[in-house]
Design a protein around this ligand. Structure first.
Ligand code: C2E
Ligand code: CA
Ligand code: CA
Ligand code: CA
Length: 280
């Protein structure tokens, strides 16, 4: 009936208003949270799948401890930070914090492993990204070999020209780069030839499907083969079982990370793991 239609309409309106105000609230509290040091990084170790299985890197993953809401997952606040542009300030904080932490580990005499930082597409478009990086590297005495970057495939696909240029500039500075969430972009693969990247990260949905059926396994095998033929290192993410690990190892995957090895860790816990891990 008409009456019901109207009710539904006002219901949706309320729902939408609620969503918009939730975004505004989150946006404002993110801004405040940045000033109040509510953000921190966790580090998930990444393992080489060769002999001894040493830790060869750590992915920096952003966390937000909100005073009332508790830990807010990045999937909930990063999209809002991207829409509002706040991701530039947050992203710069992440870069600087990763550099600071890397220096702390070096100072503690730990074996050097690169910290892998996720970059948002908004940051790639940031005019002064290279300056921001250079300043952070200088302030914390880091060399490009100590910091690596991950950019999601969807970002690379949405703006191929822009992304190609920025990745080339980063690569020229000596930074290693990975394509994150590879395989989820439903794209032609031709863009791969032109990109200055070093690694492909097989999206965890593929790793998950390895154990589901032969098609899942075949897809992952195909992605590994593709990466190899392009001379790229392949990283499997979201590895949760011994079976998935065995599959990746048998099929020539170079590196892996996931709950099977370790959840993302606090900086001291990562340092502890590194001390126990055999050098490469
Ligand atoms: P991502 O870069 O693909 O990161 C991998 C996600 O998988 C992380 O979720 C990690 O905690 C989770 N993970 C690790 N091992 C496993 C596993 O064995 N199984 C499963 N199911 N998941 C696993 P998290 O930390 O919630 O991050 C989600 C996304 O948020 C990241 O996806 C990344 O896109 C984004 N993100 C995180 N930190 C940053 C950051 O500093 N900057 C930007 N721009 N994005 C970030
Ligand atoms: Ca990542
Ligand atoms: Ca990923
Ligand atoms: Ca992802």
């Amino acid at each position: 009936s008409k009456a019901m239609g109207r009710n539904q309409c006002s219901f949706f309106k309320e729902e939408m208003n609620a969503r918009i105000s939730e975004r505004l609230i989150l946006e404002n509290s993110m801004r405040r949270g940045l000033a109040r040091e509510e953000f921190y990084l966790e580090y998930q170790p990444i393992y080489a799948l060769g002999a001894g299985r040493p830790i060869v890197g750590a992915e920096a993953l952003l966390r937000w401890r909100h005073p009332e809401m508790g830990i807010v997952p990045p999937a909930r606040f990063i999209p809002i930070a991207e829409d509002s542009g706040l991701i530039l300030d947050i992203g710069e904080w992440v870069i600087r914090e990763a550099c600071r932490q890397s220096r702390t580990w070096t100072a503690a005499g730990l074996r050097e492993i690169p910290v892998r930082v996720n970059l948002s597409g908004i940051q790639l478009r940031q005019k002064n990204l290279l300056d921001v990086l250079q300043r952070a590297m200088q302030d914390y005495g880091r060399k490009p070999a100590q910091i690596e970057f991950e950019v999601t495939e969807s970002v690379l696909l949405s703006e191929v020209e822009m992304a190609t240029g920025v990745l080339e500039a980063l690569s020229r500075q000596g930074f290693k780069l990975a394509i994150d969430d590879f395989g989820t972009g439903y794209s032609s693969l031709s863009y791969l030839k032109r990109l200055h990247v070093d690694k492909l990260k097989v999206d965890k949905s593929f790793i998950h499907d390895i154990s589901i059926d032969e098609r899942g396994a075949a897809l992952t095998r195909g992605i590994i083969g593709l990466a190899k033929s392009l001379n790229l290192r392949v990283v499997g993410e979201g590895v949760e079982t011994a079976q998935q690990l065995a599959f990746l190892t048998a099929n020539g995957c170079d590196e892996a990370q996931g709950f099977y090895f370790s959840v993302p860790l606090s900086a001291p816990a990562l340092a502890e793991k590194l001390r126990d891990s055999r050098p490469s």
